[in-house]
Design a binder for this molecule. Sequence first.
Ligand code: PEP
Ligand code: MN
Length: 338
Amino acid sequence: MIIIMQSHATEAEVQAVVTKIESAGLTTNISRGTERTIIGAIGNERELPHESLLASPGVDDVMRIVKPYKIVAREWHEENTLITVKDITIGGDEIQIIAGPCSVETQAQMDLAAQNVAEAGCRLMRGGAFKPRTSPYAFQGKGVEGLEIFRQAADKQNLPIVTELMDVRQLDSFLEHGVDIIQIGTRNMQNFDLLKEVGKIHIPIILKRGLCSTISEWLMSAEYIAAGGNHNIILCERGVRSFETAYRNMLDVTAIPVLKKETHLPVIVDPSHAGGKAALVPALSKAAIAAGADGLLVEVHPNPCEAWCDADQALSPLDIKTLMAELKLIAQAVGRKI
Ligand code: PEP
Ligand code: MN
């Protein structure tokens, strides 16, 4: 860490900063320029009280040298992390498409959806049993009954299931129903207590990007999970809030190569919640794969017009089949397969 003193900082203020650094177990290197004094802190800077140093008299600025996250940083772990669910690998050469409805509705709807997903060649299935809805009066999901319905439908097609956990009190039911991948949604990306809880288990976690979160904040949230011992984390870009009103969220395609450089964790993209309209999903999906995403999380419904949730953005069974055929070509073009 580098501490830049103000031009009028007194010697006593410089010494007070040095004492603060040394009492945290680090050593210092003082560089006195013609205008300013700069103090270099040598050692594990994560031990240093960043904010307290910044607030110290005579201090102008404090600059970190190392990244605030460690376990998830590629700097510390060069190889890509591969996440295995049954015989499926996420983060390897094969791109994985996770498809299914926004929410679990009925057994018949889920049975049909599972059949559609499997027939299109997708190897994992999504579906929300607990739904984070903007309005408290909107359908909130079927809850535990939804998990039961989902499990039964997916088992018939041998599809691992991905579903959102909103509260730690739901975790036991998730474990009982053998949820294969737990999704932490956008609205909970910074629910730190929830992140700590899923850090204690070993089930893979899809961590969606917060509505307005920076990549650094997102990686810090991933670090919360990893710090608890669960390193099976998949990051999911799903669009961020922007000034644009022509679509639901702005898909941050740039985040994909940035994340690939910053972290060894697999990165997937949710084109459905980004575009918010089914017609936009194919283009966003292709852009994501071309930019290096390891997979997609796509909303598909047997009968989109009848969907209880996010009807406008759901692909039809025919749409997903067509998209899968197109994505195979994109994957091939970037040296991967579907
Ligand atoms: C979802 O995937 O069903 C969902 C609610 O997504 P997000 O958290 O990205 O809004
Ligand atoms: Mn949805």
